[in-house]
Each structure stands twice: as structure tokens, then as C-alpha cells.
Design a protein around this ligand. Structure first.
Ligand SMILES: Cc1ncc(C[n+]2csc(CCOP(=O)(O)OP(=O)(O)O)c2C)c(N)n1
Ligand SMILES: [Mg+2]
Length: 370
């Protein structure tokens, strides 16, 4: 494994950090991580009580998401994975907008035609719709980055994926194109220990993931993914290189998924208890809290206030999302064609007529087989 960059020390100080996060930005990182935890907790309860179909826990990996997002501009392009809630929240996406997607309601930007946790936003950041087939978004991100170079912009494109994602065809073709074209892309591989129940060691025969960069002619960096400052610095340096026209970087962030893969699996069946406990001691929220404390920026009162605020914000988001109606059936064909082809229009009319005569299909029981 290439040497791992880690900056927040045991006592919470970070003497080697040379990135540009202000006190205000650090507090924003911390609040965002608490907001992700609140969003996660509430979504888990919503799923268990059958009010939404599916969710994906982020506990343990918030440091990587927030460290990366805080190093980029809101005008940059984000091609996230499904476990990147913190990137959107850091840049000011409202929890209510995310909750609309969880419910697939009329307020959802995809009008309920995407899975839950497959967010997409145009404002306040360019957050591209998540691809369910693993790894397919890497070539898409490289294409978008190539286009921004052709337009003469200094935009950076971040594409985030898991350790499991490195086994996809998209990983190899994406890195290859970006290397050849010297595209301004940051490949963020979140090595969180697992791809569903496949341990990261079972995913590759190479010595870590960052080393794979060498074959595609770009730098490969390994960073402590539970250390917000280390991720921030690594991504900021990669972004500077990209903006200078020096091409892509592969960053492997070492982190750990402290929950299940999704609401559909039981991690106690395959995650060793001792391994989970060892990583719980390296919790990225505690790590950043220690750093804030060492700078005089944290107190028990602040913690209590932030936890309360985040919980209230997400609860309000649920109320807002639940009050929205389902998307109109007629939206099934909207946003795809400028003018809907005749054969689809006819099929649509038949389906809408049937729905008008027979009413809605029976509601499901909330189970989702993924
Ligand atoms: C092409 C493809 N194969 C399999 C799946 C099923 N699947 C969904 S998530 C996942 C694991 C991905 O693991 P990783 O890339 O490490 O991301 P993580 O869930 O750990 O964040 C798999 C195999 C899929 N969605 N797409
Ligand atoms: Mg993984």
C-alpha cells in the first residue's frame, strides 16, 4: 500500500495540515457530519416502519464525504456514489430535497423515477444522478470533465465509488480515458472495508487500490478517510493539479462502513465484532471533534445544540416530504423526449386510461429486494 496521509493526531492537533479550511468551514464540516447521522437514523426508522422502501447507512464514512466536498467549489461537478449524503449536504442541499427522493414524491427532482438515495441536483451544486449499476458513472464523469475542458472552464469533476467499484469495467475504462486525455477528474475510491458482504481484501490481488493509478499514468494517493483534514488536503491538492491542466488523480480513502450495506442486509452475519469495535474507536466524528476541541471550537453545549438542530431539521424534512403528493402518472414520459414519439404516446394514453378506470395499484409492504 502507498504511504497513508493522516493529519489529525491522537491529541487532536494537526500540525502538518496545510489546507485552507477556516474555523467556520471546519464547524460546517462537523455539523454536516452530524446532519448525515441524523438523516441516516431517521431514514432507517422510516424504512423499518414501511414509510420508505430503502436506505443506505453512512455511519463511519462521513469524514471522507465531507473532507472531499469541503475541498471543492459548488461549481465543480459531482458524480457521487449512493453513500455520499454528506457531499450534497455540505454544499447546502436541503435535507427536505433529499427526503423528497427518499419518498419518490412529486417534489423529487427525478419525480420518483429513481431509487431512493439516488439523488440528483442542479442547484446549489451539480450533483449527477447516481448510477445503480456499479462503476458506470466513472466514464460518464470523465466525459463530463472532458467536455468542461473543451469549453475552456476550470471546473473539476469528482467521481466517488467504493472498493467494490474498482472491479467494474467502468473503473478501468474511466481511468484509462482520463489518463490519456489528462482530464480534470478526481477519482475518489472509498475503501470502506466491504462491498456488501465481500471484504475489501477479497476484492483485489494488488497492494491496495491507489497503486492501480500507476497503470493509467496518474498519481495514486492513499489517505486516512476518517481524517477530514487529510481528505480535504488530498482532494484540494488533486483539484489544484487538475485546474492547472495536469490531469487526473486517484485517491484511495481508508475508512469503514460501520453499518449494514443497506436496509436489506444484516451485517452481524458477516462483520467480525472485534473489527467493528476497532473502527468505532476511529469514528470520524469523534476524530474531528477532538480537533475542534484542540482549537477551542467545541463544547458540550455546542454538541447538544447541533444534535438537536440536526434532528429537528431532518424531522421537518420528513413532514414536508410526506405532505407532498405522489408524482402524477403522466410524468412517466416527461423530461426524456422533447416531443414524445407516437408509439410511446399511444402506450401512455392506454396506461393512463386504465389507471383512471381501475385506480392506483395496491401499495407495497415497504420491502425492497436490494
Ligand atoms: C454492476 C453491478 N453489479 C452488482 C451490483 C450489486 N451491488 C450493489 S452495491 C454493491 C457493492 C458495492 O461495493 P462498494 O463499491 O465497495 O461500495 P460500498 O457499498 O461499500 O459503498 C453491489 C455488488 C450492482 N449494483 N451493479
Ligand atoms: Mg465498499
Amino acid at each position: 500500500m502507498t504511504e497513508m496521509m493522516s493529519l489529525i493526531t491522537e491529541d487532536g492537533s494537526a500540525p502538518a495540515y496545510s489546507g485552507g479550511l477556516s474555523d467556520e468551514a471546519l464547524l460546517r464540516c462537523y455539523r454536516t457530519m452530524l446532519l448525515v447521522r441524523a438523516f441516516d437514523d431517521i431514514c432507517m426508522k422510516l424504512q423499518r416502519s414501511g414509510r420508505i422502501g430503502f436506505s443506505v447507512p453512512n455511519k463511519g464514512v462521513e469524514g471522507t464525504q465531507v473532507g472531499a466536498a469541503s475541498a471543492l467549489r459548488s461549481t465543480d461537478l459531482f458524480f457521487p456514489s449512493y453513500r455520499d449524503f454528506g457531499m450534497a449536504l455540505y454544499h447546502g442541499v436541503r435535507p427536505a430535497a433529499m427526503m423528497n427522493n427518499m419518498f419518490g414524491n412529486a417534489g423529487d427532482s427525478a419525480k420518483g423515477r429513481q431509487m431512493p438515495v439516488h439523488f440528483s441536483f442542479v442547484d446549489p451544486i451539480k450533483y449527477f444522478s447516481i448510477s445503480s449499476p456499479i462503476g458506470t458513472h466513472l466514464p460518464q464523469a470523465v466525459g463530463a470533465a472532458y467536455a468542461s475542458t473543451l469549453r475552456g472552464e476550470d471546473t473539476v469533476t469528482l467521481v466517488s465509488f467504493g472498493d467494490g467499484g474498482t472491479s467494474s469495467l467502468g473503473f478501468h475504462s474511466g481511468l484509462n480515458f482520463a489518463g490519456v486525455w489528462k482530464s480534470p477528474v478526481i477519482f475518489l475510491c472509498q475503501n470502506n472495508g466491504w462491498a456488501i458482504s465481500c471484504p475489501s481484501e477479497g476484492q483485489t490481488a494488488s497492494d491496495g487500490y491507489a497503486i492501480k493509478a500507476k497503470a493509467y499514468g496518474m498519481p495514486g494517493i492513499t489517505v486516512d478517510g476518517n481524517d477530514v483534514l487529510a481528505v480535504n488536503q488530498a482532494v484540494a491538492e488533486a483539484a489544484e493539479r487538475a485546474r492547472r491542466g495536469e490531469g487526473p488523480t486517484l485517491i484511495e480513502a481508508h475508512t469503514y462502513r460501520m453499518g449494514g450495506h443497506s436496509t436489506s442486509d444484516d451485517p452481524t452475519k458477516y462483520v467480525p465484532k472485534e473489527e467493528l469495535e476497532a473502527w468505532a474507536a476511529k469514528d470520524p466524528v469523534l476524530r474531528l471533534r477532538r480537533h475542534l476541541d484542540s482549537r477551542g471550537l467545541w463544547s458540550e453545549d455546542l454538541e447538544a445544540r447541533l444534535v438537536k438542530e440536526c434532528s429537528e431539521e431532518v424531522t421537518a424534512a420528513v413532514r414536508e416530504a410526506e405532505a407532498q403528493p405522489a408524482p402524477a402518472l403522466e410524468t412517466v414520459f416527461s423530461d426524456v423526449y422533447e416531443s414524445v414519439p407516437d408509439h410511446l404516446r399511444r402506450q401512455g394514453e392506454q396506461a393512463f386510461d386504465l389507471a383512471r378506470r381501475k385506480g392506483d395499484a395496491a401499495a407495497g409492504d415497504g420491502a425492497f429486494p436490494l
